[in-house]
Design a protein around this ligand. Structure first.
Ligand code: AP5
Ligand code: MG
Length: 189
């Protein structure tokens, strides 16, 4: 199983990706988690990206592509969350999966409105204290999503690969829709 999960900030990518990973025993590859781990470890990568994350800006494409290339080379199955976020990243992902012979079998888009996304992230800020869950950084992340990540969504839609799931239901109902999409796209393994 190789799944890509797309959607705006707060749509539930992380929530649902963790559940897919737990149910099917596949690794959850989240670029946001990888970057936040690097920040908390104070590594060279972490020091470089900390101010970018805090502002809600995007980390440069070349750095992200290298990071994902190394990670996916060592995984046969994965749930990918947070990448690709720009057209350049999407092209690089296509090329690298092609090269290593590991095509995606399901691409899921979780749809939620900006209002719902904002509400959820403000709630998460209170619960988890993520440093980029400030009003300014959330607004910046949503703006970048519409400007740079929407074209990535359109690309998968145009290729007929996109399964669109309404993310504005309960977590269990959203997961049920995802599970149905996974089954429809082939044997779940
Ligand atoms: P990343 O960590 O990917 O953050 P994000 O895209 O902003 O998405 P979120 O994690 O905020 O939302 P989510 O969809 O995972 O929602 P969640 O499940 O948590 O990226 C962080 C930063 O890293 C970026 O801003 C950028 O700087 C950098 N970065 C990462 N990847 C990059 C890349 N490829 N290129 C460049 N830079 C990159 O849910 C949100 C909340 O809602 C939670 O509290 C949850 O409990 C709740 N919730 C979830 N589902 C439901 C539901 N159905 N009903 C009610 N509440 C729900
Ligand atoms: Mg997330």
């Amino acid at each position: 199983m190789r799944v890509l999960i797309l959607g705006p900030q707060g749509s539930g990518k992380g929530t649902q990706a963790k559940r897919i990973a737990a149910t099917h025993g596949v690794p959850h590859v989240s670029t946001g988690d990888i970057l936040r781990d690097a920040v908390s470890q104070g590594s060279e990568l972490g020091l470089r990206v900390a101010p970018i994350l805090e502002r809600g800006d995007l980390v440069p494409d070349d750095l992200m592509v290298e990071l994902i290339r190394e990670r996916l080379a060592s995984e046969d199955r994965f749930v990918l969350d947070g990448f690709p976020r720009t057209s350049a990243q999407a092209e690089a992902l296509d090329a690298m999966l092609d090269e290593i012979g590991k095509p995606l079998d399901t691409v899921i888009l979780l749809e939620v409105s900006d209002e719902e996304a904002m509400r959820r992230l403000v709630g998460r800020a209170a619960a988890e204290g993520r440093r980029d869950d400030t009003d300014e950084a959330i607004a910046n992340r949503l703006r970048l999503y519409h400007e740079l990540t929407r074209p990535v969504v359109d690309r998968y839609r145009a290729a007929g690969e996109l399964v669109e799931v309404d993310g504005e239901h309960t977590m269990d109902d959203v997961y049920a829709a995802i599970e149905a999409a996974l089954v429809a796209s082939g044997p779940v393994q």
